[in-house]
Design a protein around this ligand. Structure first.
Ligand code: 5AD
Ligand code: SF4
Length: 452
């Protein structure tokens, strides 16, 4: 029997990208072959996102396109077969059975914690099982490792440390799609990072919906590391592996304690970047979002971060147009952005998600007003970014050379330790190296410089 080819598309967050890396690793270990050519695939997998309505729509559009192109293929090549279509990830978890009713072309549905059983699912569909669905928990001994060839970035590795979310912010679907918080054992994480280091990985990103809510089932791996919270102890333990650069995302403001900053101060390889989503600059809106932090708490954390000896860059997420957000609330968000000097901020228009508490609130900021607030805030964020970038000019930054620039093939591209993109002239032999770059110019979201 010929080897079955699998084509996979990934939507959404870093966790989905990381899941897809592991899915590809597992499928190849089971004898499947991953392909980037959709037309030659025996199996098409869509790893989906449901955080905003737009992301979910994209999925249904994609399924329609896939069905059409496979029908065209069947017309042109009558011997060919319709590919098996599997829906994975957050939409799969939330919609379950209803996906089969929504689209006849779907063969199987695997929830967010069932992805370790993807090869069995595919085999069962080829054996004739119809409408296969698995929304179960992770199997015992689930393998979190990723093969080198399936890493999205060859020198950067994502290492999940916690999955799920217990916070239930009123707008957010994640606690429903990803389940409750579950932390991995620190000794397993350390073993994982040591293996990556041996394999030549220069930078790891410890990932999770809320990394600093890390609460492992045991102390294993943390015994030799002090700190007020398990997360700061984990940071110190990962730093002690000697891997060159460690980043972590996302942090939850309420659980962001000073011991994290102290750990960064004490360990050069803990990078100087914190992603701390504020969501709004108004206490009224934060209360309605049930974020568990006030602006005053948030700013005191920001002040502690800014007081670090390491010049830590701050990034954030902001939602505009949450139910009942007034012009005054929005102005407070602008004020906050100006104070915090974020290096960048991801702005989202509020999107009501069925099943969340905010879905029951009136979506009473008009689409037009949401767009206006989005554009106004975007401008403020850009201006602030330029202010931050002005301080970077003529300074030297250590950049991990990750790829040839998409826009200009004579240029290389990488990130600073503070997670800003830097482009510069250089040859491909430098890929995977950490080089010193003097910053000469700052454009939107990107710095330009020369190697020195
Ligand atoms: N509408 C708009 N943005 C949302 N986010 C999460 N849920 C929603 C929603 N319903 C944003 C938050 C979060 C980021 C990953 O997505 O800002 O931090
Ligand atoms: Fe969603 Fe809030 Fe959990 Fe972040 S902390 S994933 S916004 S519920």
């Amino acid at each position: 029997m010929s080897v079955k080819k699998v084509y996979m598309e990934t939507f959404g967050c870093q966790m989905n990208v990381s899941d897809s890396e592991r899915i590809a690793t597992l499928l190849e270990a089971k004898g499947f072959q991953m392909t980037v050519a959709e037309a030659e695939a025996d199996v098409i997998l869509l790893n989906t996102c449901s955080v905003r309505e737009k992301a979910e729509h994209k999925l249904y559009t994609r399924i329609g396109q896939i069905r059409k192109s496979s029908a065209d293929n069947l017309n042109n090549f009558p011997d060919s077969k319709k590919p098996v279509i599997g829906i994975l990830g957050c939409v799969a978890q939330l919609e379950g059975e209803t996906l089969f009713k929504r689209d006849q072309g779907i063969d199987f549905v695997l929830g967010t914690r069932a992805v370790g059983r993807v090869s069995e699912a595919i085999d069962n569909v080829f054996d004739g099982q119809k409408n296969l669905i698995d929304l179960g928990e992770r199997e015992f001994g689930y393998d979190w490792m990723v093969a080198d060839s399936h890493r999205q970035f060859p020198f950067v590795a994502f290492v999940p440390i916690i999955e799920g979310c217990n916070k239930f912010c009123t707008y957010c679907i994640v606690p429903f799609s990803r389940g409750r918080e579950k932390s991995l054992v620190a000794s397993d994480i350390i073993r994982h990072v040591l293996k990556l280091r041996r394999e030549g990985i220069r930078e790891v990103h410890l990932i999770g919906q809320n990394v600093n809510s890390y609460r492992p089932p045991s102390d294993s791996g943390l015994e030799n590391f002090a700190g007020a919270t398990a997360f700061s102890r984990l940071l110190r333990a990962v730093a002690a592996t000697g891997i060159e650069r460690i980043k972590f995302t996302t942090s939850f403001p309420r659980d962001f304690h000073t011991d994290i900053v102290t750990a960064i101060d004490a360990n050069e390889n803990l990078c100087n970047w914190v992603h701390l989503p504020v969501q709004s600059g108004s206490n009224n809106v934060l209360r309605a979002m049930r974020r568990g932090h006030t602006i005053e708490n948030y700013l005191s954390r920001v002040d502690k971060i800014k007081a670090s000896s390491r010049n830590i860059s701050l990034t954030t997420d902001i939602i505009v147009g949450f139910p009942n957000e007034t012009e005054q609330d929005f102005l407070e968000t602008i004020k906050l952005v100006e104070y915090c000097q974020f290096t960048s901020a991801y702005i989202f228009k509020y999107s009501p998600r069925p099943g969340t508490p905010a879905f029951e609130m009136p979506d009473n900021v008009s689409a037009k007003e949401k767009s206006v607030r989005f554009l106004v805030l975007e401008k403020v964020v850009k201006n602030n970014q330029q202010k931050v970038f002005q301080n970077f000019l003529n300074k030297i930054f250590k950049v991990l050379v990750e790829k040839v620039s998409n826009k200009n093939t004579t240029q290389l591209s990488g990130h600073t330790t503070c997670q800003t993109v830097v482009n510069f002239e250089g040859s491909k032999e430098l890929l995977g190296k950490i080089v010193n770059v003097e910053i000469l110019e700052a454009k939107a979201n990107t710095l330009y410089g020369k190697i020195c």
